[in-house]
Design a protein around this ligand. Structure first.
Ligand SMILES: NC(=O)c1ccc[n+]([C@@H]2O[C@H](COP(=O)([O-])OP(=O)(O)OC[C@H]3O[C@@H](n4cnc5c(N)ncnc54)[C@H](O)[C@@H]3O)[C@@H](O)[C@H]2O)c1
Length: 275
């Protein structure tokens, strides 16, 4: 019997086969869970329905993939529609994955101080507030012992040049995880985050992942980058009954990078012979 046999839930934030949300979903499906997925709505003039098609290519044919519906987290109505569908299909849900972030490129690329008012609002609403909105609307269907998981990054704890306004969003998201863990704790509902090291994904490309991959390879204690599978397995564990008792936690899946207080072995690359 798989670890997720009889468990059902929502995975929000799959864009394609590189998405972290898909890495987590694969582990759950392999362990017998059932999942309702969302995709970013397609523009009405996109006859090819590209967003839907990319996700459907993954979920179609997966025995545990129960449904796939459009959802933009800036709309409470669209979130409510996803929750309603989950209620119809599942009754209650045991896990909820929030793997969503966005900032307008012109605000993300510039100095944080130059972020526009509108860019700040959009980035915060999509990348941090959406966790509160989804959890609030899902609350009536959360089973006792349900587990909520979001994805964060170290750039919310320390300054990571290039991560800019998204770092401010992740700091907020991390605080949301802790306050939500307090709010929902009495109901037995857990809220945790994985702070993932850099991975090549759509969102990762926008946030400067290429440069970070080189840095992690030389600076992390393990001397390498992480894999999608490692985040997938850690995510599934936090969503499973194997991690009961853990809430409000920011679990770093980053080959240890976050513990470093100096560039470590990276210095070997810049030291001159004889130094
Ligand atoms: N890739 C990395 O290196 C990395 C590292 C740490 C944390 N993360 C975080 O992981 C999460 C998932 O990102 P990913 O790297 O898998 O990239 P991704 O591009 O595959 O996933 C981001 C998802 O956010 C969704 N999204 C954006 N705006 C939305 C909106 N308004 N409504 C609904 N959905 C919306 C996209 O459709 C996409 O599915 C993000 O929170 C990201 O910040 C990524």
């Amino acid at each position: 019997m798989g670890r997720f046999a009889g468990a059902k839930g929502l995975v929000l934030g799959v864009a394609n086969d590189h998405s972290i949300a898909w890495a987590i979903a694969k582990e759950i499906l392999a362990d017998g869970g059932r999942i309702g997925f969302s995709h970013l709505p397609d523009r009405p003039d996109d006859e090819r329905q590209r967003n839907r098609r990319r996700v459907a290519q993954l979920t179609d044919g997966e025995a545990g993939a129960a449904f796939l519906v459009p959802m933009d987290v800036s709309s409470d109505d669209q979130i409510a529609a996803v929750i309603d569908r989950a209620r119809q299909e599942f009754g209650t849900i045991d896990f909820l994955v929030h793997s969503i972030a966005y900032a307008p490129m012109e605000d993300l690329k510039g100095p944080t101080t130059d972020c526009s008012r509108e860019g700040f609002r959009i980035a915060m609403e999509t990348s941090a507030y959406s966790l509160l909105a989804v959890a609030r609307l899902a609350r009536p269907i959360l089973a006792p012992d349900a587990s909520i998981l979001t994805l964060t990054y170290f750039g919310g704890e320390k300054v990571v040049p290039g991560y800019n306004i998204m770092g401010v969003c992740k700091a907020t998201l991390d605080a949301c995880v802790k306050y939500m863990a307090f709010d929902l704790g009495p109901a037995g509902v857990r809220v945790n985050a994985i702070s993932a090291g850099p991975l090549r994904t759509l969102a990762g490309r926008g946030a400067g992942v290429e440069e970070m991959l080189g840095l992690y390879e030389h600076m992390s204690p393990m001397g390498r980058n992480i894999t999608h599978e490692e985040v997938g397995k850690a995510g599934a564990w936090l969503l499973s009954k194997d991690s009961l008792g853990i809430t409000g936690e920011i679990l770093h899946v980053d080959a240890g990078y976050n513990i470093m207080g100096s560039p470590g072995r990276l210095l070997n690359l810049v030291r001159k012979p004889g130094e």
